[in-house]
Each structure stands twice: as structure tokens, then as C-alpha cells.
Design a protein around this ligand. Sequence first.
Ligand SMILES: [Zn+2]
Length: 373
Amino acid sequence: GAHPARHGILANSRFQPGRERPEWFWYRDALRLPTLYDRAREAGLSSASLFWPSAGRSGQRWVLPEILPGRWKMSLAWRALCAGTPLFLLDMLRRYGSLLRGLDRYHLDNFTAAAAAHLARSGQADLLLVHLLDLDAVRHREGFQGPAIRRTLEEQDRRLGRILEAALRPDGWARTAFVVFGDHAFLDVHTAVNLNTALARAGLLTLDGRGRCRGWLAWANTAEGSAHLYLRDREDRSLRRRVKRWLDELRSDPGHGIEEVYRGAALRRLGLGRDIDFVLEARPGFYFSPLLRLEVSEPAPAGRRACHGYRPNREGYTSLLLAAGAGVRDGAELEEMSILDLGPTLAALLGLTLPDADGQARGELLAAGEGNG
Ligand SMILES: [Zn+2]
């Protein structure tokens, strides 16, 4: 419910200059504001997070943490055990582990849905947060409307149906609200722009003989549709001027796909705060990559047909929200809603508030009497 400047998470990946594949924010301590599940716990409600972002070590009663580097490693299993609730994780693996095929997202979602249905059937969790991943993976791979999207949506529908059926078993709709939403849209891409490669060419970072980063004056942490450019010494005004000139030059060549460069007050208006010096927005068709390569711009690799991380208020760049059940107004339709309103609206369904949120509970979605705290 809050802008990134206030909750502290600006992109999937952490700012780790020199690392081409930085870690993601897997853990609760990255968030500077109380979350929905924190507020639930304060109110004496129990909660579960299944692959919910940044919920590792969050102290909820049931946690399958989202800790998902590129490939399966033993250390990953160990980190997941430490950051989640070990007994629950082991119990779910014992019951449903045969559904997994490494970290393949299709099978992982089947596992997550089975675990969610298990919890929902028990009726013990007051708040159940579930993050399904396969639709995101398939859209990245095939494009926004790729050939397998319909089938993937049908699989998603089947999993949601399974969770819903289990959730309705204890009490029916009387005490259950079911909300489905996406946290971002996608734009199809054809070109990757390797910003740190461009910085290396401009002498703003240095490489060793094997093409790895050895030192940096500026570094780009990328979110695909946008990128955050950090200066090593923020007080160095000549460096700032140099980077600004370099950015103007880079932007003047349409092959680099830079639509906009934001800085200063513009960043604060976007809710991105004061921690970053420059934010770059990509043009449609382009995305930013942190990789150190030979070319600055290159065709998007096979398996990268669509990306996200663009400015959320781009034209046509929207996701969806569906809600039904206890506390939800029957037949309500919203033309548009900010993602900032999502947290407060979910809180209202639980009879809670999120005082630190920038968004507001959307009364049009709530049955009379809800949302008063
Ligand atoms: Zn994604």
C-alpha cells in the first residue's frame, strides 16, 4: 500500500554493484513498513505466506519462503528451511513434494496450490497469501499473448478453483473473501540494453581481463522496464555532470531504447525517493539488463519475449483484480484502481487498517459496514 521510497524495495534485485546477478529481496527485514500480515498478527489473527515475496523470516505461523535463485541447489533448500517454518515446509514436502520438478514454475505452482488448499481446508489461517509464478514465467518466455498463455491461464484457473473449493469447505462464503490479482503487466520486447556494458564503454566502470566488474563510478540496478543508476560518490558533482552528459548522449540514440531519464524532484513525485540518482524508463520493445556483454544493445535472447518493471501508469499497462465473498460488495465494478489501494482494501476485508499506506481502501468494493477498521 505504500510507495517504494517508503517501504524500501525499489526493484526485485538488491543494489549489489559489480554483481551481474544480484540477490533478490527474499526477507521481511527489507521492508521498512508494517505489512498486512504484521497488522493481522497485532490483531491476533494467524497468517500464512506461500511463496509470497519478501516473506522469508517474517515470523508468520506458516511460511513457504520465496527464495528462488536460477537453479536448484542444496544451499537453497537449507535457506528455505531457515527462512520459513521448517515443520510446515517438511510436512508439505512429505505430502506434495512429488509434484515438484526442481524449480520449474508449472510444477512449483501445482505444489503451492496443493499446500494452499491443505491450509485452507484446515480453516486455521485467518489470512492466506499465495503467490503463483508460472503465468509470469510463461509470459516472459513467450510474450504477453504467446501460444501457451491460454493453457497457462486455464491451469491457473484450475489451481485457484482448487484453493477456493478448499477454502469454502469449512464455512462457505459467509466468512471467506477470495481475492485474485496481478501485481504487474507486461510489454513485449525485442531488444536488450546492457546498461552496465554501456557504463564500462564510457569509462564509468572498469572491467578485469575476463570482462567482470573490477571497480565502478556508476552502476545500474535494473528492473527490466526501468533501471536505477547509482553513483559511487553522490557528493561528487563533476561525476554527476559527467553521468548526466553520458545519459543525454545515450538517450539521443534510439537504438538504446531510453524513453525518459528521471532525477531529483521527478523521482520523488514517482514515489522512488532520494536513494537513487537517476532512473531510466525503457521505450516499448526495449528492456534494461545489468549484464556485462560485448554489445550494449542486442536482440532479446530466446526465452525473453516480454518484460515488466515499467512505469506503472503507462497506457494499457494494467493487471486485474477479482474479489468475492465476505465483505465484498456484490456486483461492484471498478474502472481503475492504483496498486497502492490494494493493501488497504485487503486490510479492510479483514477489519484492519494500514495506517502507513499511501493508498486507500476502495469503498466501492466493500460491502456496507466494511472498512471502518
Ligand atoms: Zn517476472
